[in-house]
Design a binder for this molecule. Structure first.
Ligand code: ZN
Length: 274
């Protein structure tokens, strides 16, 4: 009984709202960014020390180049829509790790990792931009925080508004919320509505960054082909089907072209094969 009272108290303490800059909707922010980011940055650094980070290759340079362009696009878009300062606490970083899993993610505060396993599916720089835009959109909209339940936060060690990673298990929970878990083997999907929202936002970001938004649908066709006839894991059941996603992206491409025009972008870079 006593434990329940404590639990309720902890949950109430952390249920505050943030405004999603892309939809204007109030969303659940379990912990403010100012307190979440330091933990995310520490987790990111630890991930980098434990994985084989590739530097100085044309692929790793491309990941950084695309990341920087997407970050600039995000800032321009946010500023133009009355959200100046939204990225003030972001410390963007873009790394490529040598790992055969088909994965990429963005932790809170703009900490991005691409796995080499996703490069053949990305196929070209525009494909990288489509993935990058999508992952950055999840981060901007705080989807990871919303995926992390109040219960999970307690286990991770959220005390008085701060997150403390107490042990291996809580570290795993944190990483899971942001798609870091490589055991999954694919880009970890969020809920259907979050995926759809990030597809749309990501498309705008890639277009504003100068990448042809028509390429996003092509990317997901390759994702679909890559997943082959394998039965989708259980968590995929709430995931938009590849076909829905491809159809949406095709429909939104012209909106993304129009959005990019507002930022003076009226032609797109070549695909940039690699
Ligand atoms: Zn996603």
């Amino acid at each position: 009984m006593k434990k329940n009272i404590v639990t309720v108290g902890v949950i109430v303490l952390f249920l505050s709202c943030a405004t999603n800059p892309f939809t204007g909707n109030k969303t659940l922010a379990l912990v403010p960014n100012s307190q979440l980011f330091p933990t995310a940055f520490a987790q990111y650094d630890q991930f980098l020390t434990e994985n084989n980070v590739i530097t100085g290759t044309s692929d790793s340079e491309m990941i950084k180049r695309v990341g920087q362009r997407i970050a600039v696009a995000a800032e321009r878009w946010l500023n133009a829509n009355g959200h100046q300062g939204y990225l003030d606490d972001y410390k963007w970083e873009y790394n490529l790790v040598n790992d055969k899993n088909v994965n990429a993610w963005c932790m809170p505060g703009g900490k991005i990792v691409f796995y080499t396993g996703i490069l053949p599916i990305a196929q070209n720089e525009s494909g990288i931009a489509a993935i990058m835009g999508h992952e950055v959109a999840h981060a901007l909209a705080n989807h990871g925080q919303q995926r992390m339940s109040a219960g999970m936060l307690q286990q991770v060690g959220a005390v008085a508004g701060n997150i403390a990673i107490k042990d291996e298990q809580s570290r795993n929970l944190f990483n899971q919320a942001y798609g870091v878990g490589s055991q999954v083997g694919v880009m970890l999907p969020f809920s259907r509505s979050h995926e759809t929202q990030s597809d749309e936002i990501g498309l705008y970001l890639m277009a504003i960054a100068g990448y042809n938004p028509s390429e996003a649908a092509e990317l997901w066709k390759r994702m679909k082909a890559n997943s082959g006839g394998e039965a989708p894991p259980e968590f995929m059941s709430t995931h938009p089907s590849n076909d829905t996603r491809i159809k949406n992206l095709e429909q939104w491409a012209s909106k993304a072209v129009a959005e990019a025009k507002k930022f003076g972008v009226d032609s797109f870079r070549p695909l940039g094969n690699f």
